[in-house]
Design a protein around this ligand. Sequence first.
Ligand code: DGL
Length: 266
Amino acid sequence: MDDRPIGIFDSGVGGLTSINAFSEVLPSESILYFGDTARAPYGSKSPETVRSFSREIGQFLINAGAKILVAACNTSSATALDYLRECFPGMIVQGIIEPCAEQIAEECTAEDRIGIIATPVTVNSRAYNTEIAKHNPDLRVFSEACPDFVPMIESGAFESKTMETAIQHHIGRMVDECGINVLVLGCTHYPIIRDKIESLFPDLRIIDPSVALAKKTRQLLQEEGMLASDWPGWRRFYASDLSPRFLNVIERLGIKGDYSLERHRL
Ligand code: DGL
């Protein structure tokens, strides 16, 4: 048994979309969450910068007592995992892309046309293509970088006309030009606008990697004998810039149960 918290991080509010999945799959685990809201978006920065920011967050979470590091950030998972493992030997570092690729390979067939929407850094890394091909090289995968989504989501403009136009533009292009029938939310910010996407594209089968990430984390903790004792875990959320937007997202996601919230500058 290991009652230390799980350390989960993202560039901002996006990783909060995985909190409900973690609470359901791992109800006894305590969670430390860090959202780097002061420096988001990561997805339009250089991979070197994403690696360096990810390392700072990893160090903070480890100092705060985390027993495992979970990148609930596709951009960081696409670029920084190996680096984090080098920086923190002995620490388990889990990313979100690998479990999502496993889920895609289980649920999709060669008949499907799979669209991945993600940040420019994630799309340029081709991490999804590589991971999916390891499981099933016959799957047809198309990617679209959506650099405008995260700044709008971080600014709280979920319901704006501009958000709707951007969704129409990016996803509409994949539907029209690539004929996708499956849409992977390859950035943890995107589940925040999932209802909008579903209302505009009701025929798409949507995959949100949060549950796969939480299950993968449970599997790793089980294998290592590091699951927590059987009592309800606590949650502490840190953000490098704490604004009402952070609370808006918590409310919009319907994050259940108690949590504490603190600003922490790295
Ligand atoms: N939510 C993150 C992801 O999953 C990063 C978004 C960003 O900061 O650009 O990729």
